[in-house]
Design a protein around this ligand. Structure first.
Ligand code: NAD
Ligand code: ZN
Ligand code: ZN
Length: 395
């Protein structure tokens, strides 16, 4: 089959790879019809190379039709239309029974000290072949699927794999009062969708979005978000936000940027160094150094009001990142974070994927491209060219 493979820093290619096959009775094979590129894929493309091998198949936001099933996949049947959550979880362990699917004890990647295995997300998360491909092997398929109805086009449902539950969890964890101000850093797919969800939940709420890409700012503005252009307010962001929040700061801040934030020169050296070393040397360096570019997280700490909440959905990776503990403690900041527990939120989200499409999922993608054009798609998504905000690939 054809699949998008990682080949090196800023280098992906579409290659012929072996067809996946059923290996365990709990496996299913899904023929992929739509498969997105995520901001998380850009971390693999740019920074997390030491944890990738050439030829690794990328992708964790796929949907399609069940082609083949093992003998222990519950009620999943050949022909079912399914979205695949980005995490692989069993549905019955101690963590899964508490809705903490990203911590699944059946699939935890213990040799890396990581939580549940993820599709297409490096050795840190189990080096499982991803879904930017014609076919995908789905482990723990009895639980790792979301059945969706026939009828609407894929765009209606494909964001259930990641964008919708991630943005939903970000808003839930932010716990912003109904009459409060929510500030969202980063207006990529996750930040944009978080704004939409927050405004849908409380139409009168003040939602402020910060980014530096004109089309992304405009997309958010057109849906009722008050936007701040970081390229104009890099130096006086705090004053601008204070001016919009009675001098106190935002009640809650969502960081939807993560470890490749713009405007953080200091970690660039560690990231570059880790990228130049052989993997065996780079992995421990990466895991023990302060490698994250923390500009967005630092802004969140600054912009949240005293006693407010920071909800991190942006992915971070270092273990020795310098954090301003004095400020975090003194401001009494509450911090919540993590990969989204996808199926925890699906029952809340499905009622919004109706014909009225209140979250605008039908028109959320800016680009629909053939799988073969993945190298171009990664490039325009990373460089924010051609108005690219979200790409859906079609095998
Ligand atoms: N927690 C989860 O389960 C989960 C799931 C999906 C994605 N993510 C993470 O969420 C983050 C966002 O994902 P995305 O798909 O929207 O990615 P994206 O890269 O398209 O969006 C990031 C946005 O942040 C903006 N930005 C960069 N530096 C900034 C700064 N200092 N201040 C404000 N904005 C800044 C960029 O211009 C960009 O628009 C990524 O880190 C991704 O890995 C987490
Ligand atoms: Zn994703
Ligand atoms: Zn489990």
């Amino acid at each position: 089959m054809r699949a998008v493979t990682w080949q090196g820093k800023r280098n992906v290619s579409v290659e012929e790879v072996p067809d996946p096959r059923i290996e365990q009775p709990t496996d299913a094979i899904v023929k992929i019809t739509s498969t997105n590129i995520c901001g998380s894929d850009l971390h693999l493309y740019e920074t997390l190379g030491p944890f990738m091998d050439r030829g690794d198949v990328l992708g964790h936001e796929p949907m399609g039709i069940v082609e083949e099933v093992g003998s222990e996949v519950g009620d999943l049947k050949v022909g079912d239309r399914v979205v695949l959550p980005f995490q692989i979880s069993c549905g019955h362990c101690w963590m899964c029974s508490r809705g903490l699917y990203t911590q699944c004890e059946t699939t935890q990647v213990r040799d890396q000290g990581s939580g549940a295995a993820l599709f297409g997300y490096s050795k840190l998360y189990g080096q499982v072949a991803g879904g930017q491909a014609e076919y995908l092997r789905v482990p723990q398929a009895q639980f790792t699927h979301i059945k969706v109805p026939e009828g609407p086009a894929d765009d209606r449902f494909v964001y259930l794999s990641d964008v919708l539950p991630t943005a939903w969890q970000a808003v839930a964890y932010a716990d912003c009062p109904a009459d409060g101000t929510l500030l969202v850093l980063g207006l990529g797919p996750i930040g944009d969708m978080a704004c939409r969800i927050a405004l849908h939940a409380e139409p009168g709420r003040k939602v402020i979005g910060v980014d530096l890409v004109p089309e992304r700012l405009e997309r958010a503005r057109s849906r009722g978000v008050e936007v701040i252009d970081l390229s104009e307010h890099g130096d006086d962001l705090l004053e601008v936000v204070q001016g919009m929040t009675s001098g106190r700061g935002a009640d809650a801040v969502i960081d939807a940027v993560g470890l490749d934030a713009h405007g953080s020169p200091s970690a660039k050296f560690a990231q570059t160094l880790a990228g130049l070393l052989p993997d065996a040397v780079a992995q421990p360096v990466f895991k023990t150094a302060g490698v994250d570019k923390l500009a967005a997280f630092y802004s969140a700490i600054e912009l949240v009001r005293r006693g407010g909440t920071i909800s991190l959905s942006g992915v971070y990776g270092g273990t020795a990142d310098p954090l301003p503990m004095l400020t975090l403690f003194d401001k009494q900041i509450q911090l919540r974070m993590g990969q989204a527990n996808v199926k925890r939120w699906v029952p809340d989200i499905l009622p919004l994927l109706t014909d009225a499409d209140p979250l605008g999922v039908d028109t959320f993608a800016t680009h629909h491209l053939p799988l073969e054009e993945a190298p171009h798609a990664y490039e325009i998504f990373q460089k924010k060219q051609d108005g690219c905000v979200k790409v859906v690939l079609h095998p």
